[in-house]
Design a protein around this ligand. Structure first.
Ligand code: ATP
Ligand code: MN
Length: 136
């Protein structure tokens, strides 16, 4: 089954992208892969790292639940590394037709055109990328 990759940082904007990912998955009969990358540049002590992981597990599970409730198949993945690199790695693993992600995330300055992760992914992806802004 073909896949739509939904990379999330748990932000409101990623939530907006989730709705688009679900709509496209229904239209294209795809499953949605929910991916979070724990950023390895944030050199944290073991307890902060555990906390981050717990938080990530929480929002990834929430996304999974939402997607499943709308009748779309879904799998989840939490990995560590550089976000854009890991996103592209998963996108290239095969069967990923499309990446759907936010224009910005949790940490971005609103004046920047795109967040750094979105910018790097869209510059280097060999798959189509749908960038979703915050929908008010
Ligand atoms: P910056 O990180 O450069 O300060 P930002 O946080 O506003 O800016 P991005 O990080 O580029 O913007 O976020 C854009 C989108 O990329 C998010 O909505 C989300 O879909 C995805 N994303 C961002 N960080 C991660 C991550 N660590 N793991 C998975 N997806 C991510
Ligand atoms: Mn970010």
């Amino acid at each position: 089954m073909n896949k739509i990759l939904f990379p999330t940082d748990g932000s409101d904007i990623a939530e907006c992208a989730l709705e688009v990912a679900v709509d496209l998955a229904k239209a294209k009969n795809c499953e949605v892969v929910v991916l979070h990358v724990i950023d390895d540049k944030e050199r944290l002590g073991p307890s902060a790292h555990e906390t981050l992981k717990k938080i990530a597990e929480g929002f990834v599970e929430n996304a999974k639940k939402k997607i499943a409730e709308s009748g779309v198949k879904t799998t989840t993945k939490i990995v560590e590394g550089k976000p854009h690199e890991e996103i592209l790695k998963v996108a290239n693993e095969g069967d990923v037709e499309l990446i759907v992600m936010g224009t910005h995330g949790a940490t971005g300055l609103p004046r920047a055109l795109l967040g750094s992760v979105a910018d790097r992914v869209v510059r280097t992806s060999t798959r189509p990328v749908v960038l979703v802004p915050k929908v008010e």
